[in-house]
Design a protein around this ligand. Structure first.
Ligand code: BDR
Ligand code: CA
Length: 326
């Protein structure tokens, strides 16, 4: 079963990604790093700490490593419209999940901690099983990791939530995580690492409907207080998605990338050339997917086309229920 390092920018759906990564039977959450994206690096880090602690994952993950506070060459981002001013607001306008004294691990750069953990985990498994580096925010940390420690590409499979094969969400054709740091995305896509992209076409099928919320609420009684926070989290997310996009129910993007790392058999994929638009003001951050190989450029990315949504929710809800009983 996989060992996961999660690089994230919580974020409502990042919170769900942390919980799925921490509570899938047999998998191991090796560490969590944060990146500027949905919120400032400070807020994303505090949010990750709160989620880990509330979900009882602080037994295994002893802190959070803050990474890049801004993209490689562009301005720092925030996505208040979808995630509120803290990056993880509840329906009362306050940050979700209680405060915690779980530490910020800032004694060394996050990419050094990532590299050391990935290397020692990869070397210690007899079969040299690759670590799943799952990225659910902009790819700034991943690009820095690959650039500073190029040999890491042999030790990881990179799975990321990001990009789109058609319509975008922060522009007509661009998806948020890629648009925030397109240069970082291009570095990752053109590296020698094995990269799987879980784009909007897949994550837009993972919607938290009323039926999903009912299944979450039906968890075991000891989990009730925690599950109320989860339902509030998805209710806030639903309201911002309704206002911003008119979606009846919110797409819970980020745990789909974790689901791929855990159970790739739930997905259909296709290998193709994907490059990132970095110049056009209209389509900045577009993932240009060469579905038919018309550029003649070598395929560099495995792109998810569809997912077993029912099994995804079964696994996600089981993780919420386990986290609530920690
Ligand atoms: C992505 O952007 C963020 O708002 C979400 O956390 C997700 O990672 C979706 O485009
Ligand atoms: Ca995210």
């Amino acid at each position: 079963m996989p060992d996961i390092w999660l690089d994230c920018d919580p974020g409502h759906d990042d919170a769900a990604a942390i919980i799925l990564a921490g509570y899938h039977p047999g998998s191991r959450l090796l560490g969590v790093s944060t990146v500027n994206g949905n919120a400032s690096l400070h807020n994303a880090t505090q949010n990750a700490l709160r989620v880990l602690s509330a979900a009882g994952l602080d037994k295994d993950v002893k802190g959070v490593f803050p990474g890049a506070s801004k993209p490689l060459v562009r301005q720092a981002a925030a996505c208040i419209m979808i995630h509120g001013s803290s990056g993880l607001d509840g329906t009362d306008g306050q940050p979700l999940f209680p405060e915690t004294d779980l530490p910020v691990c800032d004694q060394e750069p996050a990419i050094c901690a990532m590299y050391q953990t990935i290397k020692s985990t990869y070397s210690s498994t007899g079969s040299r099983q690759k670590v799943q580096l799952v990225c659910t925010g902009p790819l700034t940390n991943a690009a820095l990791l690959i650039s500073v420690f190029p040999d890491v590409v042999e030790m990881v499979d990179i799975v990321l939530m990001g990009g789109s094969m058609a319509e975008g969400n922060t522009g007509p054709v661009a998806e948020f995580n890629i648009q925030v740091d397109p240069e970082a995305a291009q570095i990752v896509f053109s590296s020698a690492a094995h990269v799987t992209l879980v784009p909007l076409q897949v994550t837009h099928t993972a919607v938290a409907t009323e039926a999903v919320l009912d299944r979450i609420k039906a968890g075991p009684p000891p989990a009730a207080a925690f599950l109320r926070i989860i339902v509030d989290m998805l209710t806030f997310f639903a309201s911002t998605y309704r206002t911003a996009f008119g979606f009846p129910d919110p797409p819970v993007h980020d745990p789909c990338a974790v689901a791929y790392a855990l159970r790739p058999e739930l997905f259909q994929t296709k290998r193709m050339r994907v490059d990132v638009e970095m110049a056009s003001p209209l389509s900045l951050g577009q993932t240009v997917c060469d579905v038919w190989g018309s550029t003649g450029r070598p395929p560099n990315v495995n792109i998810a086309l569809s997912m077993d949504v029912e099994q995804f929710w079964t696994d996600m809800i089981a993780a919420f229920h386990l986290a609530g009983q920690r």
